[in-house]
Design a protein. Structure first.
Length: 643
């Protein structure tokens, strides 16, 4: 690396640490201040922070690989995560979540199911889910950043003692980066996380703009057209993916056939199915939920979620498309000439491009930007997970009457423990891919059904929530174990066939078992206390099957208007998905010089933005803030009916 690039990275680390530690003194006022920033941070800063937290390195490398191989059709692959979650949150879920006024997603569950055995069972499983997910993601980051840094940086930092290998270079790099990030995250809580993430977002955007600008200087339109097949730029909804690579690049067609997405129509259908239910279930109990609960008002929660969509996709895909274009011009011919190509080759396109084809100065900024992407996502999880340990487990069950200073110290210790457990798990992980599969299938696969039902059905109770999540997690974990051991099964056996089915196609099975657990747990146990349901419905005001609760409230003289916004919300979500898609396609078409499709994408973006101004933004402006916002669990139940 050139000394200029090294200095840029060093300066970035120093400034980030300085900003994080400088603002940390604001976090010493209590748990609300530490984990939610005292609900005093402006919505646009939280939106930038939320977008920055989603700009992770491993995800960026994966997106570079699939865009490189599949062209613009690859943006639909993102639906299986699903990225629509941000649209559903923007349109109505952020408002529903923020009305609770609580600190964590687990505490929010108590306002839905009550503080009895059933409520506490559902409360506890969400807290455990959140902590385990945070530890898993830290292990994921530990693996990812170590491998990334060793590909980019020339120094071998491996540690040996008496010819015994104590630390590999990858592990040393990962430990150093995690150490620096943990310092300001633990010390400053949400204030430090948001402040540093806003800085990191600015660096990532600058890096994306500079790399994209460099491609316009380095390549002519003719060179770009020669490097990219015409069908690469064609958005299509074919039932089967057909290879479009020709000549020396024809080996890429074999890779397309072996990736598992050949039945494209069935794959997209399954992503639509999973995407809808996973999105309407709402955000998982992680940093996204914390940002919503950190906003100052209900309106701010909606604005923050919409702003996250706006600031995330265009700059991120500007960077991704620019890296892919450089890869198509320089890396693709080399890969094709070497003959055998596998999926792992796609993951190293990003570091190969940075190492060999990005000029001095821009390279340093790009590396600082990708390092910022890692640090922002990591710090967001380190801030989110311990909130559940301290607020939902330690404070609730072990020490309910501690001082603010005591809880802040407990938060520091909980954050440190979560980081250590994540690093230990990262040491023993086989690969990034294995951790990713575990998180997306075993953890998130079991989350959907219970969290979908909790919004829309009054009869759904705490035991239904608990058994629904547990059933989903068990089935998803079995699917993950089958996938990890698929090489050990006899060909043509039933286990062999199941193990070789892509995880996305098994989602309906996980979903059905989770629904079964939800229904059995609900109908075999008593309903939630009617006063708890009344308090929840009056406060959150969701749409769905809540008629018995409304009629009970009416009989008691409590008049509340039915939420009739289902049709409008679903229409807004449909328009929002088109709006989101245009923000992904716009920078891709711009970078690959397809100006006609760039103009069309921009037109669609403009039209959908204007529509959402009238159907969403103007409606959000008219939302009334509750006269009495629940501040804590005790107040929630006194409001539920001094009953």
């Amino acid at each position: 690396m050139h000394i200029i690039d090294v200095l840029i990275i060093f300066l970035y680390i120093v400034v980030t640490l300085g900003v994080g530690i400088w603002v940390s003194k604001k976090a010493s006022k209590g748990l609300d201040s530490y984990f939610l920033g005292g609900k005093s941070i402006k919505w646009y800063y939280l939106g930038l922070s939320n977008g920055s937290g989603m700009f992770d390195v491993s995800g960026t490398a994966w997106m570079v690989g699939i865009l490189f191989l599949y062209g613009v059709n690859s943006f639909m692959f993102m639906w299986m995560w699903p990225i629509w979650n941000q649209i559903f949150v923007m349109m109505f879920l952020a408002v529903w979540i923020r009305r609770s006024g609580v600190m964590t997603g687990s505490e929010w569950i108590l306002t839905r199911f009550g503080d009895n055995r059933a409520g506490r069972a559902s409360h506890l499983i969400v807290a455990i889910f959140a902590v385990v997910a945070s530890i898993g993601f830290i292990a994921y980051f530990f693996e990812g950043v170590g491998k990334f840094m060793t590909v980019i940086l020339p120094w071998d930092l491996g540690l040996e003692l008496f010819d015994f290998n104590i630390l590999t270079s990858e592990q040393t790099y990962a430990l150093l980066i995690i150490f620096f990030t943990t310092i300001y995250t633990i010390k400053g809580g949400m204030f430090s996380v948001v402040s540093t993430e806003v800085l990191q977002y600015a660096i990532m955007v600058l890096a994306g703009v500079l790399v994209a600008g460099y491609t316009f200087i380095a390549f002519t339109d003719t060179e770009v057209s020669a490097a990219i097949p015409e069908k690469w730029k064609l958005l299509s909804f074919e039932s089967q993916l057909s290879g479009f690579w020709e000549g020396k690049k024809e080996p890429f067609n074999d890779l397309i056939n072996s990736q598992g997405y050949k039945m494209f129509g069935a794959f997209i259908g399954m992503t639509l199915f999973k995407g809808f239910f996973a999105s309407i279930a709402g955000p998982t109990p992680s940093y996204d939920m914390q940002r919503i609960l950190s906003t100052r008002t209900i309106k701010d929660a909606a604005y923050m979620s919409g702003f996250t969509n706006l600031v995330l996709f265009i700059p991120r895909y500007l960077l991704i498309a620019a890296i892919v274009l450089i890869g198509l011009v320089f890396i693709a011919p080399q890969m094709a000439a070497e003959g055998s190509i596998n999926g792992n080759d796609l993951e190293v396109i990003l570091p190969k491009v940075i190492n060999t084809h990005v000029p001095v100065g821009i390279k340093g900024l790009l590396l600082a930007g990708l390092l910022a992407a890692f640090m922002s996502t990591f710090s967001a999880f380190v801030n989110a997970g311990p909130a559940y340990i301290v607020n939902d487990i330690y404070k609730k069950y072990f020490k309910p009457k501690g001082t603010d200073r005591h809880y802040i110290k407990a938060s520091h210790l909980a954050s440190l423990i979560v980081v250590i457990l994540g690093v230990v798990m990262g040491f023993f992980a086989d690969s990034i891919n294995s951790i990713t599969l575990w998180i997306t299938s075993a953890l998130y696969g079991g989350y959907v059904a219970s969290n979908f039902l909790k919004w829309i059905w009054w009869r759904f109770n705490g035991w239904g929530y608990f058994w629904g999540m547990l059933a989903g997690l068990i089935i998803a974990s079995l699917q993950f174990l089958l996938d990890q051991n698929k090489g050990n099964f006899l060909p043509d056996s039933l286990l062999y066939e199941f193990a070789h089915i892509p995880a996305i196609y098994l989602f309906p099975i996980i979903f059905l078992f989770s629904l079964l657990g939800s229904f059995l747990g609900t109908f075999l146990t008593p309903p939630t206390n009617i006063k708890t349901l009344q308090s929840f419905y009056q406060n959150v005001r969701p749409w769905g099957w809540w008629k018995p609760v409304r009629e009970n409230m009416k009989a008691e003289g409590i008049m509340i208007k039915k939420n009739t916004n289902f049709g409008r919300d679903m229409l807004n979500c449909f328009i929002g998905i088109i709006w989101q898609s245009s923000m992904i396609l716009l920078p891709i078409y711009l970078v690959v010089r397809d100006y006609e499709k760039t103009a069309l994408s921009f037109l669609i973006f403009g039209i959908t933005t204007i529509i959402l101004k009238f159907t969403w933004l103007d409606k959000m402006k008219k939302i009334e803030e509750p006269k009495k916002v629940i501040k804590n669990e005790k107040q929630a139940y006194s409001m539920a009916g001094e009953a």
